[in-house]
Design a protein around this ligand. Structure first.
Ligand code: GAL
Length: 314
């Protein structure tokens, strides 16, 4: 832990250790965020040391400002639900709130150690922090699914983005009760994972990474006026030689304030040998009129009320 420095407590410090309210580095890798009332909930892969290695855990953290996070416990604790065998995989959990059923639905990538099962698992809870109960697993619309991403449009419609290895990157709509997917919206014929989408000023921006496992690569984006496409060509979000500053996309978070809207690129800086030290690269992006750019990482702060961000100057 010596090479990375702890977060300044009032700023977001990309790549640094990010202590929660108890001083522990946040364990919410490959994660996603939802907002319920004024509270933000951050779910992710719990990769702390010393846990039961037969189980998989999804953590939940809560915050009102996206900077200070309190650990609300593990929202899901699961033993191998489908006879997947040793070193089974639960990755990239994403939680949706269904206002009709008043239930929280967690989606995650469920797999065996060789990543051949390529399924989605779902779990349900009445409370944001859980405990979530495992429901079932399936292949979304009968397709292979590895990395998943979550997108909720401004009108509240919920979508799952998933990587379908033979074909590309699919966007599908969740059914009314969120217990399944009811419709494919688009197949983007690009092999991309870490898929994330944001809707900003009339345009959809889809981002993703190349398929290089835990190693970082140049993440790219495309735009479309409708989720169905047609999508533009994919372009770099940062100088390609920087490999996205060591990060891999997991979500684009839209913060709508009273004065302005900030879009945050949320990425993971994976440490495959010491996963509990994997860090986060969160940066406000420069976005608009079909362009999206991830600036060079630097500490910044956010005013959740106005929606404005600011770089921290020393
Ligand atoms: C990455 C993927 C991660 C994890 C990893 C395993 O490509 O984005 O979520 O599955 O591969 O090697």
């Amino acid at each position: 832990m010596n090479s990375i420095h702890a977060q300044n407590t009032n700023s977001i410090n990309p790549g640094a250790l990010w202590p929660d309210a108890d001083g522990n580095h946040i364990q919410a890798h490959g994660g996603g965020i939802i907002k319920i009332g004024k509270a933000y909930y951050w779910y992710g892969e719990q990769r702390a040391q010393g846990l039961d290695t037969n189980q998989r855990y999804v953590s939940c953290y809560a915050s009102n400002d996206l900077i200070h996070w309190k650990f609300s416990g593990n929202a899901l604790q699961l033993s191998d639900p489908e006879n997947l065998g040793q070193s089974w995989v639960l990755e990239r959990p994403k939680v949706y709130y269904n206002s009709k059923t008043k239930k929280y639905l967690m989606y995650f990538h469920l797999d065996n150690s060789s990543y051949k099962a390529a399924r989605v698992g779902i779990a349900v809870s009445e409370n944001p922090a859980g405990p979530f109960r495992y429901v079932k697993s399936f292949r979304p619309l009968d397709h292979e699914s590895r990395d998943i991403g979550q997108f909720i449009d401004d009108d509240g419609t919920a979508y799952l983005v998933f990587e379908d290895r033979p074909f590309g990157f699919r966007i599908a709509r969740l059914a009314d009760d969120y217990m399944s997917l009811d419709k494919e919206i688009c197949l983007i014929k690009e092999h991309m994972e870490g898929g994330a989408i944001v809707h900003f000023k009339g345009l959809y921006y889809a981002i993703g990474s190349a398929l290089t496992g835990w190693r970082a690569n140049p993440n790219k984006y495309a735009t479309a006026t409708s989720l169905e496409g047609p999508w533009s060509d994919f372009k770099d979000i940062a100088p390609p030689e920087k490999n996205t500053y060591g990060a891999q996309s997991t979500m684009m978070l839209k913060v709508v304030g009273a004065k302005t809207t900030t879009i945050i690129y949320m990425g993971d800086i994976w440490k495959p040998k010491t996963q509990w030290e994997s860090a986060y690269l969160w940066m406000p992006v420069e976005i608009g009129e079909g362009k999206l750019w991830l600036p060079e990482p630097s500490p910044w702060t956010l005013d959740i009320k106005s929606g404005k961000y600011e770089y921290i100057t020393k």
